[in-house]
Design a protein around this ligand. Structure first.
Ligand code: CO
Length: 134
């Protein structure tokens, strides 16, 4: 079951430059960067009262977001993330309804150790959607 909006995620070519720009131009303060080895990304969050902005840069050439940066060198919105009460149950329901849940079925985790999954953009109106369990 979907319970809320977690974050909007932006791929950037330079995480330090991106967080500095958000601070300078918008007064938005990013938390300290963290690395998600499984996903091949270094990321930093700007925490807002009702959701977060996730900034990501690749940590290795075969990172899934390295290809995104090849197509969009200046970066751009990559996905948005919905909170769900149970990733496995939600993924099962969505799959039963015809949506494609990405990955090989192995559990995926975010930097906070929470379960995540991704839904194919073609099955959500053209937007890549992450599901995050809380
Ligand atoms: Co995300």
């Amino acid at each position: 079951m979907i319970t809320g909006l977690s974050h909007v995620s932006i791929v950037v070519p330079d995480l330090a430059a991106a967080t500095a720009k958000l601070k300078r131009m918008y007064g938005l303060e990013a938390e300290a960067p963290q690395v998600n080895e499984q996903q091949g990304v270094r990321l930093a969050y700007v925490v807002l009262p009702n959701a977060r902005i996730e900034l990501m840069e690749p940590t290795r050439p075969d990172s899934p977001i390295a290809k995104f940066l090849e197509r969009n060198p200046a970066g751009g919105i990559h996905h948005f993330c919905l909170n769900v009460d149970d990733v496995d149950a939600t993924a099962q329901e969505l799959t039963a309804g015809g949506a494609r849940v990405l990955g090989d079925g192995a559990p995926q985790y975010n930097v906070h150790g929470e379960r995540i999954a991704f839904v194919h953009p073609r099955d959500f109106l053209g937007a890549l959607v992450e599901l995050e369990q809380h």
